[in-house]
Design a binder for this molecule. Structure first.
Ligand code: ACO
Length: 323
C-alpha cells in the first residue's frame, strides 16, 4: 500500500477587470494582432487597486474547499506559490490562512516564479507522503500587474493576475501508476541564467523593481527544458507520452505550448490551453488551467495529467498525477 496525495478539490479566481489587447494600443506602439500572433494572448485580468495576492488566493482556496465539501480547519497545511506576496512578510500563505479561517494548520510560501506551482505541488506531496500532513491546500496566486514596466511593450502585454488552488488529501493506493494522486515530480534550477528573467528590485535593494526579460532566450530554454522535465517525470514511473490524457502546461505563450507539445509527442487536442484568456499569470497559471480544464469538462477523474513549467531562476519542473 502506498500513501498518495490525491486532488479532492480545485478552484480559481480571476479579478473582475478584463483588459483586452486593444487597451495597450492606446499607450504603446503595439497592436492586438502582434500580441495575438506572437503570444496567443487576447486578454488578461488585472486585480483592482484594493486587491492583493492573498485576496485572490483566498477566493481560489475557498472554492477548492467548497468542491471537496470541507472547511478551512480540515486542512493541515497551506502552501502559496507566488513571487508577488502582499508584504515582505508575513507570507501570503499565513494571510490566506487568516482569510479562510484556518486556525489549526501551518502555512508558508514557495517562490520559484512561473515554476512555483510545480515546486509547491512537489513539496505538498512530500509533506503528505512523509505523514507531516493529511490535507494540503496548494495555491498559485499572483499580481504580476504590480511588477510591470508599462513602457516596455515586450513584457507588459504578456502578464496577468489570478489565482488557482488544489486541495490534496492523503489516500491509500496500490503503488501502481493506476493510483490516483501525484505519481512523480521532477524539479530543476540553474542560477547561472539569472539575467534572462528577473525583477530588478527587492527588499534588500529597497525597491520593488520591474520585470526584465530576454524573450527570445527564454523561449529557447522553455521549449527544450519543458519537454525534457516532462519526459523525465514520466520516465520515473515508466510512463510515456501515449499514456497522457492531458498536458497542463504553464500558460506563457501559445508558441511555447505548441512547440513543447510537439517535442513531447502529444497532440494539441490533449493540451489544456487558457493563455488566450489569462495571459501569463506565473505561478497561478497551472492551477488556473487545471480548474478551467475541470470546469470545461476536459479533465475527468482518473485522467493522467502532466504539468510542466519554467520561469525566472531559471527554475523548471514537472509533475505527473492521476486526477
Ligand atoms: N508590439 C509590437 N512589437 C513588439 C512588441 C509588442 N508588444 N514587443 C516587441 N516588439 C518588437 C520588438 O521590439 C522587435 O522589434 P525590432 O525587430 O524592430 O527590434 C520585434 O517586435 C520582434 O521582437 P522579438 O523579441 O524578436 O519577438 P519574438 O517573436 O521573439 O516575440 C516574445 C517576443 C513574445 C516575448 C517571445 O520572445 C516570447 O514569448 N518569449 C518567451 C517569453 C515568455 O513567455 N516569458 C514569460 C516568462 S517565462 C515563462 O513563463 C516561460
Amino acid at each position: 500500500m502506498t500513501r498518495r496525495a490525491v486532488v479532492i478539490g480545485v478552484g480559481h479566481y480571476l479579478p473582475e477587470r478584463i483588459v483586452p489587447n486593444s487597451e495597450f494600443e492606446k499607450t504603446l506602439d503595439t497592436t492586438d494582432e502582434w500580441i495575438k500572433s506572437r503570444s496567443g494572448i487576447e486578454r488578461r485580468h488585472f486585480a483592482a487597486p484594493n486587491q492583493n495576492t492573498s485576496d485572490l488566493a483566498a477566493f481560489a482556496a475557498q472554492k477548492a474547499l467548497d468542491m471537496a465539501g470541507l472547511t478551512a480547519n480540515d486542512v493541515d497545511a497551506i502552501i502559496v506559490a507566488t513571487s508577488t506576496a502582499d508584504f515582505t512578510f508575513p507570507s501570503a500563505a499565513t494571510m490566506v490562512q487568516e482569510k479562510i479561517g484556518n486556525t489549526t494548520g501551518y502555512a508558508f510560501d514557495v517562490q520559484a516564479v512561473c515554476a512555483g506551482f510545480a515546486f509547491a505541488l512537489s513539496n505538498a506531496n512530500a509533506l503528505i507522503v512523509s505523514e507531516q500532513a493529511g490535507r494540503v491546500l496548494v495555491i498559485g496566486a499572483e499580481t504580476f500587474s504590480r511588477i510591470m514596466d508599462w513602457t516596455d511593450r515586450s513584457t507588459c502585454v504578456l502578464f496577468g493576475d489570478g489565482a488557482g488552488a488544489v486541495l490534496l488529501e492523503a489516500q491509500t493506493g496500490a503503488g501502481s501508476t493506476d493510483d490516483r494522486g501525484i505519481l512523480s515530480t521532477d524539479l530543476n534550477s540553474d542560477g547561472t541564467y539569472r539575467d534572462l528573467l528577473y525583477v530588478d528590485g527587492g527588499v534588500s535593494t529597497q525597491t520593488t523593481g520591474v520585470l526584465r526579460m530576454q524573450g527570445q532566450e527564454i523561449f529557447k530554454h522553455a521549449v527544450e527544458k519543458l519537454a525534457q522535465t516532462a519526459h523525465r517525470a514520466l520516465d520515473k514511473v515508466g510512463l510515456g507520452a501515449d499514456d497522457v490524457d492531458w498536458v497542463v502546461p504553464h500558460q506563457a505563450n501559445i508558441r511555447i505550448i505548441k512547440s513543447t507539445a510537439r517535442k513531447l509527442g502529444v497532440g494539441m487536442d490533449r493540451v489544456v490551453v487558457t493563455v488566450q484568456d489569462h495571459g501569463n499569470t506565473s505561478a497561478a497559471s497551472i492551477p488556473l488551467a487545471l480548474s478551467v480544464g475541470v470546469a470545461r469538462g476536459q479533465i475527468k477523474k482518473g485522467d493522467l495529467i502532466v504539468t510542466e513549467a519554467i520561469g525566472g531562476g531559471l527554475a523548471w519542473g514537472a509533475v505527473v498525477l492521476r486526477w
